[in-house]
Ligand binder design. Structure first.
Ligand SMILES: N[C@@H](CCC(=O)N[C@@H](CS)C(=O)NCC(=O)O)C(=O)O
Length: 205
């Protein structure tokens, strides 16, 4: 089987992929980068990800970047883990919507609020519209639960859940009761607990 290698720094957005890999239960190697030392901008890493960022995933000869794309890829590539909604299932559309919603709407709404622009663009020009609508839509989506796709935990929960978890942890997102309850459910998952513990030991090493 082709080897999986995660280009990782802890804590960072590559922790999203580490959680995903722990959910999958497939063996993987880590290639750890020190972001503070700028290793992500060195030529050997730029050959992997010309964006000079983590995460990146190498699977055999394939290199995938962008956390949400990597999680989507892994869920489809290892369907036995039941972390995807397969092509042909009518729930696939909403599943993909949430995978794109985190990097396409939640994250830019959050960072634009943290680092406001000098001039506020027209709402129609912003792909996410406005912060309050994004928060309201996300809160309604996580409410019935336990997961975004109902009883099935999927890669969409890894991506959306990580964004909400980090956003609240750093005070960038409001601690809405629906977000807190959802993230609390996710934190019960052994794979997330394992990923957090592994990242903590990496950070202190
Ligand atoms: N759009 C990328 C963002 C990745 C990203 O910004 N990673 C940060 C760590 S959280 C990084 O590598 N920063 C180092 C740098 O830009 O120099 C994704 O979702 O994977």
């Amino acid at each position: 089987m082709a080897k999986l290698t995660l280009y990782h720094a802890a804590p960072s957005r590559s922790s999203i992929v580490r959680w995903m890999l722990e959910e999958l239960g497939e063996p993987y190697d880590l290639h750890v980068l020190n972001l503070a030392k700028g290793e992500q901008h060195q030529p050997d890493h730029l050959a992997v990800n010309p964006m000079g960022k983590v995460p990146a995933l190498k699977h055999g000869d394939a290199i995938i970047t962008e956390a949400a794309a990597i999680c989507t890829y892994l869920a489809d590539e290892f369907p036995h883990a039941r972390l995807n909604v397969p092509v042909g299932d009518p729930r696939r559309g909403p599943y993909l919507k949430w995978l794109f919603f985190a990097p396409g709407c939640i994250e830019p709404a959050m960072t634009d609020r943290a680092f406001p622009r000098q001039e506020q663009p027209r709402r129609g020009m912003l792909g996410y519209g406005d912060f309050d609508t994004v928060m309201a839509v996300a809160a309604e989506a996580v409410e019935p639960g336990p997961y975004l796709m109902g009883e099935q935990f999927t890669a969409a929960d890894v991506v959306v859940g990580s964004t909400l978890r980090w956003g609240m942890m750093f005070g960038l997102l409001p601690k809405r009761p629906k977000f807190v309850a959802y993230v609390g459910r996710l934190q019960q998952r052994r794979a997330l607990q394992r990923a957090i513990a592994l990242d903590q030991s990496l950070a202190v090493a």
